[in-house]
Design a protein around this ligand. Sequence first.
Ligand code: F3S
Length: 393
Amino acid sequence: MHLTKEEERLLESDTPAVRKAMELLVELGDIYGAEEMVEIESAQASGISYKSIGDPGVEFLEGFAEEGAEVSVTAFANPAGMDFEKYEEMGVSEEFAEKQRRIRDALQEMGVTLSFTCTPYLAGNLPHRGQHVAWAESSAVSFVNSVVGAKTNREGGPSALSAAITGRTPKHGLHLEENRQPTHRIDVDVELDDQSDFAALGSWAGRIVEDGKPYFTGIDAATTDELKALGAAMAASGAVALHFVEGVTTDMEPPEHVDSATFGAGERKAEYAELNDGEDPELVVIGCPHCSPEEIADVAEAVEGETLESDLWVCTSGAVKTWADRNGHTETIEAAGGQVLADTCNVVSPIEEMGYETSATDSAKAANYLPGFGDQQVVFDDKLSLVEEVIER
Ligand code: F3S
């Protein structure tokens, strides 16, 4: 692998963390056959929930910070295992909270922006088309590659952090234009009526294409929230990091000579059945990926003046929550008995320790992951239908 003089210098740095970060990237580059590094504009580090990384992760991050790790580009953090202010109301133990705070402090020492969100592009980290970045969270990777047009592989936690420290990443995979071509064609032959329909489509498509790059036809229009739901679902049921939506995210012609499949009304119905294995949820969670301001406003409008008979979490970034606070949406949701939570979600928080057996979600990503935590059962539907269902009549 060709290294520049600056990269050689980083590899021989007197600062142990810088040296280790560069060694890791060179090793990864060799594994993937990269010929050189590429400089990045920003990084996004995942694997920072105590639930995901446990004590070894806490010790690794603290040790890395002590060894002089310091980011050299904008670096955002993925969601943590709790809302740092409302963890007690969530039912998170003090022991978990203490470990999560140690992770936060180590990240802060390294200069990571304490954003704790999987939608950095809604909260102050928005690259532009063609820029190289090193992001780790799968739904954010999908969004930034497919909708924004920046370039990233799906990094792991340590490789994203190493990229943040050194300001570069091995140039392979989706950093190379020749690898950013569609591998499958998915014809959508049914109206997608709401965000959960996009999520169901993504969940279905992800299983078919696995780590391919699907090109969708038949979608006339999509909101930013619908596109984030589509990408998140495909990243969870498959490992899709780049997709194309004809006329919406790309002007590219449909690919020829690739495998194709059709998503119609039957497939949509079957996918809802596939994602549903529970009823009567004790907890409704909206905000996977983290909510936009519009999504929170919609939930606030739906619950205004009502009383909820189940718990409701509306998950978002601290930045977006600030706007929800200012606009009175947080107050409205709390008056109905719900909570607007920053920094976390029901997948990366210790949900299995909180006594909920059935939770409801409009996210196919959450619906794919939740059954893996204890005996969680899932109700999957559109967000407003889910909220309506738990309003006391
Ligand atoms: Fe984000 Fe948690 Fe979903 S990290 S994409 S809200 S599983």
